[in-house]
Each structure stands twice: as structure tokens, then as C-alpha cells.
Design a binder for this molecule. Structure first.
Ligand code: MG
Length: 346
């Protein structure tokens, strides 16, 4: 039975520009897809690539939707190639929403903790107490943005601001070389650092040899220091997850479901391997957030605070996922309304 496939491109400015080691990100560009069956039931999905991760581009996803055309079968949707991981994720989510595919389980614990996002640089210090007051106990600080010595010298001030029993994760977005990463890992060793996310990274476009060397550095660092290392930029899609699982990576896997293609087999592999997983946002709208958080709630492995403390993210709240409280409730995930986003994009 054919399904009707619609899509809309969006450009949504962030309420505040997002500053990372890759520069400043001011607006989210993506696609919302909508499937409709003969009975009038609808399902939605979001294509939310991350420019510097090496996912497909919005243009590539849009071109593939053009080739699929207006009437599609589930078989055609399943044949979208794995390289278009963001588009595949959107299509699987859309099918799941109207019951063509029941594999995504949203029966779940009532709530999950969320990590508070802290800004890079000295601005971090003023942000901790108000977030602690709200109830956050896991904090994530962006590092690798300013001068290394300046940031390192701030670390103990940051830790001193944390409420007792808190955890601090550091995210370098791949900004360091091996020596810089060693300095940080050395400093982290006897401090309450939950993990260091992506200390080093090389993009595929920088050449296979450099990517291999950088991955060797990551493995070397993981074997030499007690603080766990988390892979984020290293995991662009399901193929990368499979590769690091096959290489028996014992650090943390930061999983951005939006990039994973069909997430169900990947999540099953991670579960079988008893992998250490953190679920994380791709700065998507409520459309992509709903299935992404659904996976987080379905995960039965070791719980770690969600990397979904990103909303409110957009100027218009209809596009936001559940707000950045210290917990996200499964009720609030179920209540997210993709059709309202679709209408708002009209
Ligand atoms: Mg990260």
C-alpha cells in the first residue's frame, strides 16, 4: 500500500548562537518529513544533520526525497542507503509513529536525569550555582574553545562551584592534539570528572591515514588514564558505532539518535555489548526529539544523564523539545506534537 510522502525544509535561528570548538552556529537547517497512509494516519520524522560531523547534507537528503517522489512504499523507504543516516532516521521515525513499525519502545521509566550545559570559558562560573539550584547534578562544560592554559586553570574553580556529589563532563569537540589531551586527562585523574568527550578528532576529509592515527591516539589515551573517554564526533552513523563496538571500545558512546539511520539494530548491538551509552541531542526540533528521547527511555543499560538539556533552543517554542529541567519526564516526551511543528512550518 503506497504512502504519501511530504517534506518541508526549515531554517530556524537559535535563541542564542551555539559556540563550539568548530565555531559559532547560528541557525538550524533541516527537513521535516511527513508520511500519510490511505486511512489518513500521519507520521513525522526530522532530518537534522550536523554540518561538521560529516553526515549527509540537507541538500543530499532533500535530493533523495525528490527521487523517492510523492508516493512511496515501506520497501522503498527501507532501501534508502545507510550513508543517508539522518534521512533514514527520519523515515523510520515517521513509519513508527503511525504504527507501521512498532519496534521503538516508549514504555519507560517515568523520568531521566539531564546534564546541564555550561558555556565555554570564564562565563561558566556564574552559570553553575543557578543550575545547581534548579536541581542539576551532572554538568557539561565546553572546553577546547579558548587558550588551553586558561581553561585548565579554571577547572578547579569550576569544580569548587559544583554541589557535592555532582559529576562534571568535559566536551572538547575534538579540539586537542595528543599532548593537550594528556594534560587534561592528567589533571582530570583525581577530580570528579565523569568523562572527557572527544578529546581528539580527525574528519574523513582530512584523509584516512590521519583518521586512523587519531583513533589510535584515542585508544592510547583511554588505556593510559583513569578518566573515561567518550566518543561523539567519532560516531557519525551506525557504521561507526559498529566499528568501535567491533574494536571493543570500553569508553563511552555518545549516541545522537538523529544520525543513526534505523536505530533499532544499532541499539540492540550496543545493548548486547553492554556498552556505556549517553544519549545526546543533535539540536533537533520536537519532531526529531520525540523518537530520539523514546530510544533513551527504552535503554536498559547503565543510566547516565541525558545530553538533552538544550531547550529552549529556538525563537518559537513550538519547535522545542522538553525544556532544560534537571529531569525529562516520559510523559512530556509522549506529549510532543510533531504535527504542530509541521503546521508551524507552513
Ligand atoms: Mg560532544
Amino acid at each position: 500500500m503506497p504512502l504519501r510522502l511530504f517534506h518541508r525544509r526549515y531554517t530556524l535561528p537559535f535563541r542564542a548562537p551555539v559556540r563550539t570548538a568548530h565555531g559559532v552556529w547560528v541557525e538550524r537547517i533541516g527537513l521535516v518529513v511527513r508520511l500519510q497512509d490511505e486511512g489518513g494516519r500521519v507520521g513525522h520524522g526530522e532530518v537534522a544533520p550536523i554540518p561538521w560531523f560529516g553526515t549527509e547534507t540537507v541538500e543530499e537528503a532533500e535530493a533523495a526525497l525528490g527521487v523517492l517522489g510523492e508516493w512511496v512504499t515501506p520497501e522503498q523507504l527501507a532501501a534508502v542507503p545507510a550513508e543517508l543516516g539522518c534521512l533514514r532516521f527520519a523515515l523510520v521515525a515517521a513509519l513508527a509513529e503511525f504504527g507501521k513499525d512498532e519496534r521503538i519502545n516508549t514504555d519507560a521509566p517515568p523520568y531521566l536525569p539531564v546534564a546541564a550545559l555550561l558555556p565555554a570559558g570564564r562565563a561558566v562560573l556564574a552559570q553553575i550555582a543557578p543550575k545547581a539550584e534548579l536541581g542539576f547534578r551532572t554538568f557539561k562544560w565546553k572546553v577546547g574553545v579558548g587558550d588551553l592554559a586558561d581553561e585548565l586553570s579554571l577547572l578547579d574553580d569550576v569544580i569548587a562551584e559544583l554541589p557535592s556529589g555532582s559529576k562534571l563532563r568535559l566536551d572538547a569537540n575534538g579540539a586537542w592534539d595528543r599532548r593537550q589531551a594528556e594534560k587534561w586527562l592528567d589533571r582530570a585523574a583525581e577530580r570528579p570528572i565523569e568523562f572527557i568527550e572527544q578529546p581528539c578528532f580527525a574528519q574523513a576529509s582530512e584523509g584516512a591515514a590521519l583518521v586512523r592515527r587519531t583513533e589510535d591516539v584515542l585508544r592510547g589515551l583511554a588505556g593510559s588514564f583513569p578518566t573515561p573517554i567518550a566518543l561523539d564526533e567519532s560516531l557519525v552513523g551506525s557504521g561507526d558505532v559498529e566499528r568501535w563496538l567491533a574494536a571493543d571500545w570500553r569508553g563511552v558512546f555518545v549516541i545522537k539518535p538523529a544520525l543513526l539511520g534505523d536505530p533499532v539494530p544499532v541499539m540492540a548491538r550496543l545493548a548486547t555489548a553492554k556498552a556505556d551509552v549517553v544519549f545526546s541531542s543533535a539540536l533537533e526540533t520536537a519532531v526529531g526529539a520525540k523518537p530520539a528521547l523514546g530510544l533513551a527511555f527504552a535503554w536498559t543499560g547503565k543510566p547516565r544523564a541525558l545530553g538533552f538539556g538544550v531547550w529552549p533552543l529556538f525563537n518559537e517554542s513550538v519547535f522545542d523539545g522538553p525544556f532544560g529541567a534537571p529531569f525529562i519526564r516520559s510523559e512530556d516526551v509522549k506529549r510532543l506534537n510533531p504535527e504542530a511543528v509541521w503546521i508551524a512550518l507552513n
